[in-house]
Design a protein around this ligand. Sequence first.
Ligand code: D5M
Ligand code: FE
Ligand code: ZN
Length: 530
Amino acid sequence: MPLEGPARIVSELTSRGYNAEREAVTRIASADDPAAVLERVIEELPADALVVRLEHVDPVLSELREPDRRAGGPNDTDARAAEPDRPSAANDPSISTGARNPNTRSPDGGSAVETKGVSEGAGRSSDPAERSLEIVGDMTGESTGTGEYGDFVSVFRDRLDRLGSKLRGRVNHRPATAIESMPGGSEAAMVGLVNDVRSTASGHWLIELEDATGTFPWLVMKDREYVDLVDELLRDEVLAMEGTLADDSGIGFVDSMYFPDVPRTYEPSTADRHVQAALISDVHVGSQEFMGDAWNRFADWLHTEQARHVEYLLIAGDMVEGVGVYPNQDEELDVIDIYEQYELFSEHLKRVPGDIEIVMIPGNHDAVRLAEPQPGFDEELREIMSVHDARIVSNPSTVTIEGVSVLMYHGVSLDEVIAELPEEKASYDDPHKAMYHLLKKRHVAPQFGGHTRLAPEERDYLVMEEVPDVFHTGHVHKLGFGKYHNVLAINSGCWQAQTDFQKSVNIDPDAGYAPIVDLDTLDVTVQKFS
Ligand code: D5M
Ligand code: FE
Ligand code: ZN
């Protein structure tokens, strides 16, 4: 049996609209004539079956082994039931051989990358019932915002309260109005939102902090060590300043700056067995540049022995290319109807083994509101994507799998972080470093009023209340990962080749890669399918 056997079988089944249990595929692949078995299995499938299961394959193998009994009619079923522990067809020399069915297609583009060690064994490594998956922070259906002024007040108050509480124990802080009335020359500290950052005529930096009582200006002198941090500040992030007041108490000279941050000694949780998750995003089905071949190779690979520990697939947004997201986008659309795009996406999702748990959040190309937090897909779209029973949650959401918390966020704010920070601190080439800044600010999209659209809610769902063990984003279409204070930050590339726009601005996407995270060690390996 050629190595690509299981991949081919999956491909063939998918092209006919079926998903398949991994064991079933393995069993067909190990038959002497997989093509004939596959044809027979499909012929005999009950009309309402969507998934080819072992219970569909085994009887066919028995029939082929003992064709007379089939001719015998009604006893047939009993005969199968009587031999449930029959060894796999691979060991059975009596199975007939025949010409490979000429209709059996190989997956587009040939063999998958790294399909060595194709499964001979049983299915995915764990019983799906024993898996552990929990969602926190899904705001789908919880939106209360009406976009009125009061909502903006609430969302920023909530942000300041929750992120401020991470700082208040570290400094002897006072409200802005109280600082103004302290004697000149006093030591003072304040926790607030960054309202404004500007340079002074003499090259120092003036940072205005705001809290619930008002604003207060802080000066970072150009020769102080903290000046290096000024170029990474974003408006509306929460931090603490500590320093000495001027003689008239009208301004504070900064001695120290504190960020909500992740403690340096943070110890991430890990799974207590060997289990892996594939972290991907930006599939962009419906775009002319969607890389269907690479996707198929990825899905086929998931059926192989090498991928047997991959029990989770997390997709961080931009399932489809969408419609009207960017000017002139329609010129590069393959599918112009948004629902058809999701139907096609669903077809691609079907290729993923049925025993992999899928979690997905929307991105800026998806058909949900653009402003963040973005609720999970509506009922109609859920119905279209129901094939895999995927968990569909808001952007952002935290999914805890096998004890490891993964904060999933699409990543639109990364464009802003990269635009605002100096090249060496955040760039498209090292997207994970831009993510480090979000971790340090403990907020997925600090800056309001810029490129990232925010929907005010009673609560700021974009705050990272808890430190995640893994932070997963996409959007910038670049692959990059690294650790920040032991938190694994991973930006997962895309499945869309370079678009005309990306060409015009020199974005060279990392397309067709799947980073695989070992949940027991938080090590990452990258599988390439393009
Ligand atoms: O965006 C993928 C990346 O490309 C992300 O960094 C934004 C950028 N991008 C793509 N198209 C445009 C246009 N037309 N204007 C500005 N920025 C763009 P994604 O939204 O995931 O396709
Ligand atoms: Fe995208
Ligand atoms: Zn995007």
